[in-house]
Write a protein that binds this ligand. Structure first.
Ligand code: PLP
Length: 289
């Protein structure tokens, strides 16, 4: 049986070389551990091919730049390193976590320009993020935390600091028997779940929040394209909480979530309808194509 995530067999790519899984450690005075100077990617490899490999490597660079640091490996270096890590672990179907952070160094205050930027890639087998909700429809809580204003945090980055309120919201949701929580934004509009974007269906048309204060997911962009290719109207717009009552279907998108139907958000119920099932199956085919 596999142990915790720090106690497994295998290799992790760290700063240019493969190291033993259990030896992939950092010092406790790592800047990122104290001030969240860390960015990451979540990716999935299907049949030996990472879906949107380059887009994820580019986003990792973009996120690091948002946090004022530069990853010392190019996009092509990262793509090669991800392939090397998958091969070293003998995996063709896996979750891929690439990440970069400010390490330990001369600075231990808020500023960290002199500390080295560290980079790592770990891969592991990961099934459905929401377990059997993938087929039955997930039950979502409504988070008390709000997605913050773009003036308060770099919302387009996939950065550790943005996840503090997501973890707290998801803990509260799980304590109520829910799979996840839907978050409103600082203005009160529907935003997203704690690690996935959200879509709604009403009378054959699709409505999804405009990503102006949260991550515009790679899966979200892919699914919007797939819907438009099918000739379905997609409205990317601000969605008011009272509109939830009128939506018939709902699903989440994300690299980990893939396309997961939602059956309930708070007191609102949704059917796992045909369009949801079609999009989930089209996405499944696309990532394995
Ligand atoms: C907060 C948040 N929103 C949305 C997403 C979906 O992004 P993507 O489709 O790029 O995985 C994720 C997952 O990475 C996320 O963590």
């Amino acid at each position: 049986m596999e142990g915790g995530y720090d106690d497994r067999d295998g290799k992790i790519w760290m700063d240019g070389e493969l190291v033993d899984w259990r030896g992939a450690n950092v010092h406790v005075l790592t800047h990122a551990l104290h001030y969240a100077s860390s960015v990451f990617e979540g990716e999935r490899c299907y049949n030996g091919r990472i879906f949107k490999d380059r887009e994820h490597a580019e986003r990792l660079h973009f996120s690091a730049n948002c946090l004022d640091f530069e990853i010392p490996y190019s996009v092509d270096d990262l793509i090669a390193a991800k392939a090397q890590t998958l091969e070293a672990n003998g995996l063709t179907d896996a979750y891929v976590r690439a990440f970069a952070w400010r390490g330990a160094g001369p600075d231990m205050g808020v500023a960290s320009a002199r500390n080295p930027v560290r980079t790592a890639i770990a891969v592991w087998k990961w099934g459905n993020y929401y377990g059997d909700a993938k087929t039955k429809g997930a039950k979502l809580d409504i988070a008390k935390w709000k997605r913050p204003s773009p003036e308060t945090i770099p919302h387009q980055a996939k950065a550790a600091g943005l996840y503090m309120i997501c973890t707290m919201s998801k803990h509260a949701a799980e304590a109520k028997g829910c799979s996840d929580a839907m978050m409103f934004d600082y203005r009160g509009y529907v935003a997203e779940a704690t690690g996935a974007n959200i879509f709604f269906v009403k009378d054959g048309e699709v409505h999804t929040p405009k990503p102006d204060c949260f991550l515009n997911g790679i899966t979200r962009q892919t699914v919007v394209g797939m819907l438009r290719d099918k000739g379905i109207t997609v409205h990317e717009r601000h969605i008011m909480p009272e509109e939830l009552e009128g939506f018939q279907q709902c699903w989440l998108t994300g690299t980990a979530a893939e396309v997961t139907p939602v059956g309930q958000i708070g007191d609102y119920n949704f059917e796992v309808g045909q369009l949801t099932l079609d999009i989930a199956s089209d996405y499944e085919k696309l990532v394995r194509a």
